[in-house]
Write a protein that binds this ligand. Structure first.
Ligand code: PBG
Length: 325
């Protein structure tokens, strides 16, 4: 390898055409999955205070939102349900006429090409805010599995293309795969939140969903942020159980995990640019402290550069607009 003055890396940075030619990572709207919060009703549109620009929508509003995303080139949405009522076991999660199920039906009816992903978890639906059945102050792993499978099945019956378990129970991918296959839904894919840490960056989401745990925290089932090797074990196990794609969450503080997963596994890898990451950008931008557009595109580029095939992000609509589809 030659060096300066023969080699001058600035030669290929001199104008935008040159930079375009040598750009290694290309960001495009077709890598985005937009989260949508849904609740039962009509014409509901409640802005979430800590997520400016993100709303709790009734199925009609979710359809309109999905249509504008699709028109901007965003191929997929992920639905989160806000229940009418919560109970100890989160039973609204698997009601066939609950908000998520109803929205899935509307979306698949009217926008058949849109990829509809559903978040499978109980925390939004339980009165205590934990992701499973609580016994003696602890979330009971094996007792929770049938409820997750039941929830995934009701999403599949409504027409979901992909179900995405985010609970971090051991064995849930296998339990869901078995339930889906047993009911004729071999074609429904599983995107597992495989390496999901117990993170402070979910704060705004929990405000949106009212899912802050009423006692304790999630450290007994979500991963310790300090552990990268364990994240690889989580991913390997979920793939062995039948996950079609795996997710790292959050994204920004975990780009090393995304990177290592990319190197080690050939399965599609998603990263979730979570609510707290979005809220920080919005807060700083609203004060004029950062350039929102450039920061968002830089963040999303870095997640893709680290190795994510697709990115779940609340910036999806803005970024798609900026990318000029
Ligand atoms: C659980 C779930 C959470 C998020 C996605 N799925 C919250 C949690 O684990 O507490 C967080 C997403 C975000 O912060 O944007 N159903």
């Amino acid at each position: 390898m030659t060096s300066f003055p023969t080699t001058r890396l600035r030669r290929l940075r001199r104008h935008s055409g040159l930079r375009d030619l040598v750009r290694e990572t290309r960001l495009s709207a077709d890598r985005f999955v937009a989260p949508i919060f849904v609740r039962r009703g009509r014409s509901i549109r409640e802005e979430i205070a800590s997520l400016p620009g993100v709303f709790r929508l009734s199925p009609d509003g979710a359809l309109a939102e999905a249509r504008s995303l699709r028109d901007l080139g965003v191929p997929a949405v992920i639905l989160f349900g806000i229940p009418d009522s919560k109970d100890e076991i989160g039973s609204e999660a698997w009601e066939d006429d609950a908000a998520v199920q109803e929205t899935v039906r509307r979306l698949k009816d009217e926008l058949p090409d849109l990829v509809v992903v559903t978040d499978v978890c109980l925390d939004e639906y339980t009165s205590h805010g934990h992701c499973g059945i609580v016994r003696d102050g602890e979330v009971d792993n094996d007792a929770t599995l049938p409820l997750l499978a039941r929830t995934a099945l009701s999403h599949a019956r409504a027409g979901a293309d992909v179900v995405a378990p985010s609970d971090m129970m051991d064995g849930r991918v296998a339990a869901i795969r078995r339930a889906l296959d047993g009911d004729g839904f071999e074609g429904v894919a599983i995107l597992s939140y495989a390496a999901k840490t117990s993170s402070a960056f979910y704060g705004p989401f929990r405000e949106a969903a009212g899912s802050e745990p009423k006692f304790g925290d999630r450290r007994g089932y979500q991963m310790d942020p300090a552990n990268r090797r364990e994240a690889m074990r989580e991913i390997a196990l979920d793939l062995a159980e039948g996950a079609d794609a795996v997710m790292v969450k959050p994204a920004l503080a975990y780009l090393d995990v995304v990177r290592e997963a990319r190197v080690r596994f050939d399965a599609p890898i998603a990263a979730y640019n979570v609510s707290g990451e979005y809220a920080m950008v919005k807060a700083a931008a609203s004060r004029g402290w950062i350039d929102e557009r450039r920061c968002v595109l830089e963040i999303l580029t870095s997640i893709v550069r680290a190795g994510a095939d697709f990115v779940l992000t609340y910036h999806a609509k803005d970024a798609a607009q900026w990318l000029g589809k």
